[in-house]
Write a protein that binds this ligand. Structure first.
Ligand code: HEC
Ligand code: HEC
Ligand code: HEC
Ligand code: HEC
Length: 427
């Protein structure tokens, strides 16, 4: 070996050692000791049993019971009525239980309690409602397939006591991430995505997407269906609903305007995946379950709440601009979205009234009236896609401001059509 070869060899050896160190830190890193004190059997839905093996994650899960407001003033883990800030909800959801009771979302451990206390459910309610509230659906689906969805809710709740917990997201044998909501698995299948082949990175969002998504109940069977066959944007989902899939035409008919309204349900996953973070592969868990350290152990925060309560851990691994700047940027997005959301909601309320008035006019044009109703149905869906999502637009401010702009335009068009129907507008 000459001198150059010796230097090169030494350099190569150093490079291999360095790469080895890096790879072992990244790949072989075990976030927490995996010593199991108890064996967690399949079908174990009691968090306390899981907590014996994994105290750090259990403590985080328990912390989700703290009811603290969002630092931006939107959302938060408090049980407050959404209509307090936006009284237009009473008009837009008139004739639907959402006009009676519509609270902010709070921590996962409250899911069953909040369902039980909701004024939206009565003796006729179906067990389909617990699909996103408890790990018990794993067992129900195994035993009855979708048959469970059509069973009486109150009776099923007697058996299914545990709220959303470890078993919704983890396989008890391996502790690997899993999804158990059959509606999500089927919805993804129809999009051509096989959930069993998902990467770990994808699973860090799929575990959330199995519940934080838009859905509807199939008429007659109450089977839960995700409306994703044409895509996940507000426009694509509207086009899907326009085909009256599985005989589903609307959630309710508005008693004043006669509009067949689609009620949106928390499309957080849909909103996120088209946004800048979704497109750049930043998962739900990256922000909502950041890595923490305690006594030398690195683990994922299981205090699932607003990431702004923890900006340092949630955002700073990727953004070095500083807490204050990040916070004010989120707040600015949300203020802008809130302003247009409120405007759109109020304008939609006015359109319901305008159509009601027009429908009682003596020589009303039925064609124009039908046109006004269709414009308002679309406007309300666009508004509600944003209003029913939980981040006040942060997950995708560009799409949401556009969607609200369209909702405002469509609701104005609807008022004009209603006035034309009644012969009181020449526009
Ligand atoms: C880039 C970081 C980031 C990602 C990725 C992200 N979120 Fe969020 N999320 C936020 C922020 C910031 C808020 C607003 C919190 C606030 O207003 O205090 C939020 C709010 C929420 C809320 C409402 C919380 C409340 O206080 O009521 C829910 C629910 C939510 N996100 C779910 C999800 C889901 C599900 C995903 C993945 C599909 C996701 N988020 C992806 C940052 C993120
Ligand atoms: C809403 C979904 C969800 C729930 C509920 C949940 N986890 Fe996790 N858990 C995750 C995610 C996501 C990760 C990160 C996994 C990864 O990146 O591979 C994780 C990671 C873990 C890990 C690996 C170490 C770590 O901290 O990264 C353990 C152990 C764990 N969870 C235990 C629990 C226990 C115990 C409960 C119930 C008290 C629980 N989890 C509830 C989603 C959840
Ligand atoms: C089994 C269904 C289910 C799964 C899985 C699930 N969520 Fe939720 N999530 C809910 C429900 C239901 C609520 C509202 C509970 C209530 O208000 O009683 C909620 C509430 C929340 C909140 C509000 C908490 C607060 O303090 O305001 C956040 C944030 C959130 N979820 C984020 C996530 C993220 C991130 C994931 C994935 C890591 C996830 N969720 C997985 C159903 C689920
Ligand atoms: C895993 C990495 C990662 C995490 C964690 C993360 N971000 Fe980002 N963020 C990105 C990337 C990538 C982009 C887009 C490209 C860029 O700006 O570099 C982005 C863009 C942004 C933007 C500009 C958005 C726009 O519309 O142009 C804001 C604001 C932002 N992030 C805020 C946050 C906040 C607040 C958090 C914590 C709650 C957070 N991010 C967490 C990676 C991350």
């Amino acid at each position: 070996m000459n001198k150059t070869q010796k230097i090169l060899t030494a350099f190569l050896v150093l490079a291999i050692v360095f790469a080895g160190v890096v790879i072992s830190r990244v790949w072989l890193f075990k976030p927490q000791s995996t010593v199991k004190l108890v064996k967690i059997p399949a079908g174990e839905y009691d968090t306390e049993v899981w907590g014996k093996n994994y105290p750090l994650q259990y403590a985080g899960y328990q912390k989700s019971m703290e009811m603290t407001p969002s630092p931006t003033g939107y959302g938060g883990g408090m049980k407050v009525q959404k209509a307090e800030m936006q009284p237009e909800l009473y008009i837009n959801f008139k004739g639907n239980p959402f006009s009676k009771d519509y609270t902010e979302d709070r921590g996962h451990p409250y899911a069953m309690e909040d369902l039980r206390e909701s004024k939206r459910i009565g003796p006729a309610a179906k067990a389909a409602c617990i699909t996103c509230k408890t790990p018990y659906i794993e067992q129900l689906y195994k035993e009855q397939g979708w048959g469970y969805a059509n069973q009486p809710l109150l009776e099923t709740m007697e058996k299914a006591k545990h709220p959303i917990n470890c078993a919704n997201c983890h396989d008890p044998e391996t502790m690997g991430l899993r999804v158990i909501n059959p509606a999500f698995i089927e919805g993804m299948q129809r999009r051509g995505i096989d959930i069993t082949k998902a990467s770990r990175e994808e699973m860090r969002s799929y575990v959330c997407a199995q519940c934080h998504s838009e859905y509807y109940f199939e008429p007659g069977t109450f089977k839960v269906i995700f409306p994703w066959d044409k895509g996940l944007t507000p426009q694509q989902m509207y086009e899907y609903y326009a085909t009256k899939p599985n005989g589903f035409a609307q959630d309710f008919v508005h008693p004043d305007s006669g509009v067949p309204v689609l009620k949106a349900q928390h499309p957080d996953y849909e909103e996120w995946q088209n946004g800048v973070h979704g497109q750049f592969g930043v998962s739900c868990a990256d922000c909502h379950m950041p890595y923490m350290r305690k006594s030398g152990q690195k683990y994922s925060s299981h205090w699932i709440t607003s990431p702004l309560k923890n900006i340092e851990e949630s955002c700073s691994p990727c953004h070095t601009q500083g807490k204050e700047l990040l916070f004010s940027q989120v707040k600015a997005f949300q203020d802008n979205v809130w302003q247009l959301q409120h405007t759109a909601g109020q304008q939609i309320a006015k359109a319901h009234t305008a159509i009601q008035k027009a429908s009682t006019a003596s020589a009303v044009s039925q064609t124009e009236l039908a046109n006004a109703r269709e414009l308002l149905r679309r406007a309300q869906w666009y508004w509600d896609y944003v209003a029913a999502s939980n981040s006040m637009g942060f997950h995708n401010p560009v799409q949401e401001l556009n969607t609200l702009g369209q909702a405002i335009d469509l609701s104005h068009q609807s008022v004009n059509a209603a006035n034309r129907a009644a012969g009181t507008n020449t526009l």
